[in-house]
Design a protein around this ligand. Sequence first.
Ligand code: GCO
Ligand code: CA
Length: 261
Amino acid sequence: MTNLFNLSGKTALITGGTHGLGLAMAEGLASAGAELIITSTTPSKLEEALIYFHSKNYKATGYIFDVTDEKEAAKQIEIIEEKHHKIDILVNNAGIIKRVLAVDMPVEDFRKVIDVDLVGPFIMAQLVVKGMIERKAGKIINICSMMSELGRENVSAYASAKGGLKMLTKSLATEWAKHNIQVNGIGPGYFATAQTAPIRVDGNPFNEFIISRTPEGRWGNPEDLAGTAIFLASEASNFINGQIIYVDGGILATLGKASNE
Ligand code: GCO
Ligand code: CA
């Protein structure tokens, strides 16, 4: 029987795949056989990530560009497709967060978050899908969030972008399914990464809150995302389209419990 999860011969582009969840998902895809293309805006981080991937004997190449710059992104995608022939899997992972109360948030910052977390994935999907349509096959995975479903103080721009990314996922799935392209999302719960470091510190009540709010009773480890990334990138998910799979240790399944129960 063929291995439904085998990604040999496939090329996967992961935006911001230099660290944290992006790196863990990239590693998962590589372990299933995919060749990696990693994009970043930070040369030093990219270099470090490539050294890591190569040390594991994964095939990985890096490109520096900003996903919000559609002209530059178009140029780079053209170069990538010339060199590697095709992008079979796109993981829209690059994102930023700014934690500040809405009443105090500079509009410019709100716009920036929407630009990176929502417009960037649109730009990348629009560029990469052209080749996918020609080849009648492709997998696009948008990295959403708990905040695609839930609000919370301090993250209005991020939640707006991630909620939008969920709906972008459904819209693109609708438009591109006829070309045998699957567009799905992963909604990570609370993961121990650099992004959550400021809210994970001991003594910060938010740390305890998340542990008690998560039925699994812990923060996620980046490796916890690899299986879902492989699944959504592989033939195993060929009839799944427009879905967001939440990898959250059960957070969205529950109202939570009072601390003394
Ligand atoms: C926060 C967190 C979240 C997580 C994650 C949740 O401030 O609440 O940073 O935004 O990063 O996206 O799914
Ligand atoms: Ca980056």
